[in-house]
Design a protein around this ligand. Sequence first.
Ligand code: SF4
Length: 776
Amino acid sequence: MRTLNLSVHTLVDFVLHSGDLDTRVFNLETMTRGTQMHTFYQAKQNQKYLAEYALEYTFEYENHLITLQGRVDGVIVNANEVIIEEIKTTNSDLDVFFNNHERWHLGQAKCYALMYALRFNLETIDIQLTYISQIDERKMLKRYTFSKDELQKDINSYFGEYLSFFYQVEKYEKKRTKALNALAFPYDSIRTSQKIMMEQVEHALEHEHKIYFNAPTGSGKTMAVLYPSLKVLADKSDTKIFYLTAKGSGKAQAENALRVTRAKALVKSTTVNAKEKMCLNDKIACNPDECPYAVNYYGKVRAALIDAFRSEDDYNNETIMKYATKHNLCPFEYQLDLTLLSDVIIADYNYLFDPFVYLRRFFDKKIGNYIALIDEAHNLPRRVMDNYSLVLDFTPFYGFRKVLKGPEHKKIRRIINRIVKDINEYTEGIVSEFETILEFPNELRNSLERFLVVGSEYMQDQGADLVEGFSDFFFDVNKFLKILDLVDEDFVLYTEIDEERTFFPKFYVKCLNGAKFINEVLGGIDHALFFSATLAPAPYFKTMLDIEDDIHQVPNPFKKDQLLIMVDDGTSLYYKDRAETLGEVAAKIKAAISVKTGNYIVYTPSFVYLEHLEKELGNNEEYDMIVQRQGMTDVEKEAYLESFTLSPSKTRLGLAVLGGSFSEGVDLVSDRLSGVIILGVGYPPPSFEKELEKEYFDNKLNDGISYAYVYPALNKILQTMGRVIRSENDYGFILLMDKRYNFNPYRAQLKSYDGILVQVRNANRIGEILSRFFLN
Ligand code: SF4
């Protein structure tokens, strides 16, 4: 006999779930409201009502012992009857909702009813499906009576259907375990840095909850974290490996590493991409009225999952699109469902750390041993702060008020007018363009909550005729109110008004420190491995990631003399001095790039400076210039990078903005990049928001300037410096220009950086030093 533990949800959702994908009906707002109404309804029942009653029963089915578990919403025990109750709330029409989902809901209740009947030896049992409207709290009750035998027959049919697929999963898992156990390190050779890092990873996967690595470029960190994690999967077959990245380049590296692994072993992975990238519809409107790929999504997805599972292991963009198109399904939602059948999930940080996007399938209820591999982890604190920072812009109201005329819009118009009134009254007290506020106005908040209730019904009534922008605004309000509930001392609220007061104000909620949210997420993870080439400066990341232990330093795979770091701390790049020093800067750049024909990038403090420098450097026969422009498309960005070719016959000089698209994730190996010149120290310009950060860290750590300005800037510089040496055989130079490199923490950080560090003050010296460097 084989044993299997199964939740009622897993069984019934797999076998019986059908119907449309519809974000108007199933969204965060309806889920939250549903939970509240659920609890409220249960609390109002009498003493004979057993709420959230836990049931478990072990069934013998074919050669399996299946332990089924779950919690029924309620059990009503009367003198001569027992009723199993399932409660469903919806913002949809109750009859429509019931007709669409009866089979699914009833199937769930049948499982509980059978478990109860078997446990208490009942021959017949009643079921009640209770539907409650989230709009007006109207109720609709549906009653059924079943004999124990009828229920057993139905549940057996669910087991049969589930097991037919489960056998395939089981077979795959056995083959995978065997292959992974036999898997040697997938690359031909193993680097020293990789070996050292892997030993620490292996130890952490056995004994630690969290570990942090500063692993320089070229240290082979992707495979160093992935290979030991796959070995854990061989050992514990319920392991799920989440490879989380901040950028597309990180995903590509993980995909490559898995491709190499897959040539020698069996492993299934899904690469999750953003909705904007995956959507097959002409606009993102996830409901059956506006998107054919949403129609009966749940009825079609099972066959599509089985189809892909049988034939593919690499669920990348191409595979997902192929099967989604074949089965006429939304590819975005389909890829999320595929993650459940995958060993490794490659995704953006948001799928773990964004409160609105995270993979609920895994984290609402833990279903295995989870390993999170967090790539380029220096991006995480800022990303989490951004996830919890929102702006509520009321501008769309102008459009809505103009077009929503007529009786069918009366109800929603009334609530929109109320919101406008609340805003106008509140705005009277605002005087400055930006103002912090202690609390979000209570009346406006109540009106917005009412807007969500009325708006959700309105969206469904309007269907495809819904006015443009309404659903976006609806979900913005929804998110904003959710974040407002979390506001504490790590947040700040403020308003922005335009000077002429022609627009409604914008309301901002800004998270200043996301460490506790990161910790909350990690509470649901068994092992979290953070790695980055620049988890520095250490004090900053220790605070922002709440790191208690040391950050492990992985040795550099290249020799010190492969990198020359020249510091010109005689040139001022202070904002006030930039016009004056521009000529001198241009002369030094020319001196640096004229020694050897090669590829170079100059990073400037801003786009304005970049334009001035472009003019100053001008057309020159000695080099071809390529310049970063604002708002470049992906294709243009790719063309920019492609222009840096191997063994160039003429010097290529790129101009780019420090901290922009070409400062990070750019991988120009060998002589595709021989040097970078960094102008300035990367300070962000002062702004209202930056000053709020400074004030917060002044209060918290008495060091606002460092945390708001200096540390993030220094991290940006270190990232940019990392563009030069990309592999073990690369060599090149970095020229840093600004007086502020003479001060700490820059000075101290540069001293500990692997490379030959020299001070340069004039163009001739730059030329001399570089001639010697390139000669060697
Ligand atoms: S295809 Fe696009 S619009 Fe349709 S459900 Fe998917 S994401 Fe939404």
